[in-house]
Design a protein around this ligand. Structure first.
Ligand code: BES
Ligand code: ZN
Length: 456
């Protein structure tokens, strides 16, 4: 193992230059004008996977963006890792808030700034380099490994469930490894054992067939902006509890053991408020901030649009109002069931004065596992060796829809070992990845493969 780690240390600077090339490709899956870049990025990954010594590398077509596949199966009898990551990234707007261009990776103060640096290209690249170091120094890997890289994670992984179902045999493995999540805090490496799920909707209201003069019509016609606000406001009570009937029926309650463990984590609410400019935290009463984000479901408004929003004043009754809303779900809430409950409730609270149109968008199941399996223990040992510190066990508020699919369709446990940070600015301007975490992550990943080999 020593010569593998030496190799990683010697190549530290070179890795950053290589990563910059990956980060330069604007593979934004949400924007049709970037379809060519997404494809180019898939090809870049395939070329890189060939360079590092993976075999059977190819793009596998889906109805959407291709999955990049590559494997190395030269360790008969050893366990097989299924590595999952994504090569697509989020849009970059608002562009003017970036301190350096999002697709020209720039290193400042020990961080590499670029869209996708943390979510997820930088973390995928860590594993490329861990594989390469083993291959270059020993000509082999201690385990078998299959890589699948998705190009639609940021738009809900709509084609991936079918992909997994259609390739069950090719994807057979012992454990899934994913690096697409943050560490608990700087200097506090972690293993994540739970993710929230998601359902997403667009709501459109129409109150008239044209905008109306608010003097001539105001008071006699319902205002869709007002109606929508009232409908949205009615979804939660003042204590932050969601009022959709049946919403909490399947929620797995927090255990005392979890609550106690989380209360020991070095979470500083004052620093949290200060870092993100939050005047006062808000959430479901009876739960701490960590509990609210990791173990409780939410109802959130992601966007609102109606009426006159330009400079100055315009006296108008808008004809329409629109909202994007979503709910984060926790184990064992089922996205389809929750979506049905929400739709029924929305129809229930919508007054007859407006026309209501509901559009169901993407979603994903929540995931939770126990962390007393040998692969999680192996990850813990690797992290301790790579970062000089034992990991803490966390859940996260974000979603990676395919994780529950791996469990349900392939029967596989997942180990989520991420090296991002809570202030990485994922999905926001100035996304960044800590260079030391990136480097430590390559070493920890290389050791992790070795530790996984020892589970047998
Ligand atoms: N890397 C995130 C998932 C994540 C975020 C894990 C925070 C742990 C903590 C991933 O790329 C992502 O953003 N997922 C989407 C999924 C959605 C589009 C279905 C999300 O969570 O919004
Ligand atoms: Zn993301």
């Amino acid at each position: 193992m020593d010569k593998v780690i030496d190799f990683i240390n010697v190549n530290r600077e070179k890795y950053l230059e290589e990563l910059k090339a990956f980060l330069a490709i604007p593979s934004i899956s949400a924007l049709p004008e970037h379809a060519g870049d997404v494809k180019r990025c898939a090809e870049w990954c395939a070329d890189e996977m060939r360079r590092i010594g993976l075999q059977n590398v190819r793009l596998i077509a889906t109805p959407g963006n291709p999955v990049v596949y590559g494997d190395w199966l030269g360790a008969p009898g050893a366990p097989t890792i299924l590595f999952y990551g994504h090569y697509d990234v989020q849009p970059v707007d608002p562009l003017n808030l970036w301190q350096s261009p999002p697709f020209e990776a720039t290193i400042r103060d020990g961080e590499i700034y670029a869209r996708g640096s943390a979510d997820d290209k930088g973390q995928v690249f860590m594993h490329f380099k861990a594989v390469e170091a083993h291959m270059k120094q020993t000509g082999k890997l201690p385990v078998n490994i299959k890589f699948i890289l998705e190009g639609e994670e940021e738009v809900g992984s709509v084609n991936l469930d079918n992909f997994v179902k259609a390739h069950k045999n090719e994807l057979s493995a012992d454990v899934v490894v994913i690096s697409d999540s943050p560490m608990f805090a700087r200097g506090v490496p972690s293993i994540c054992y739970g993710l929230r799920g998601l359902v997403y909707f667009q709501i459109d209201l129409r109150g008239s067939n044209t905008d109306l003069h608010s003097g001539s019509f105001g008071g006699a016609v319902a205002n869709p902006a007002m109606v929508l606000s009232q409908m949205l406001a009615s979804m939660k009570d003042r204590g932050g509890r969601i009022k959709i009937p049946g919403f909490y029926d399947d929620v797995v309650p927090l255990t005392d053991a979890e609550r106690n463990a989380w209360a020991q984590l070095p979470f500083n609410e004052r620093a949290y408020r200060k870092d993100f400019g939050i005047p006062k935290v808000f959430g479901e009463s009876g739960y701490s901030t960590l509990e609210r984000t990791w173990a409780r479901p939410t109802f959130e408004v992601n966007g609102l649009l109606s009426g006159f929003t330009g400079e100055g004043a315009k006296t108008v009754l808008p004809a329409v109002a629109m909202a994007k809303v979503s709910m984060r779900l926790v184990a064992n809430q089922d996205p389809d069931k929750i979506a049905n409950l929400f739709e029924a409730h929305l129809k229930d609270v919508a007054p007859k004065t407006v026309e209501l149109k509901i559009t169901r968008m993407h979603g994903g199941k929540p995931w939770m596992t126990s962390y007393d399996n040998p692969f999680v223990q192996a990850a813990g040992r690797a992290i301790e060796k790579g970062f000089g510190q034992k990991p803490v066990y966390t859940r996260e508020g974000g979603s990676i829809p395919v994780v529950s699919t791996f469990q349900e369709e392939l029967g596989l446990p997942s180990v989520l070992f991420g090296v991002g940070l809570p202030d990485e600015n994922a999905h926001a301007p100035n996304e960044k990845l800590d260079v030391a975490n990136f480097h430590g992550g390559i070493i920890a990943s290389a050791i992790f493969y070795d530790e996984i080999a020892r589970t047998r």
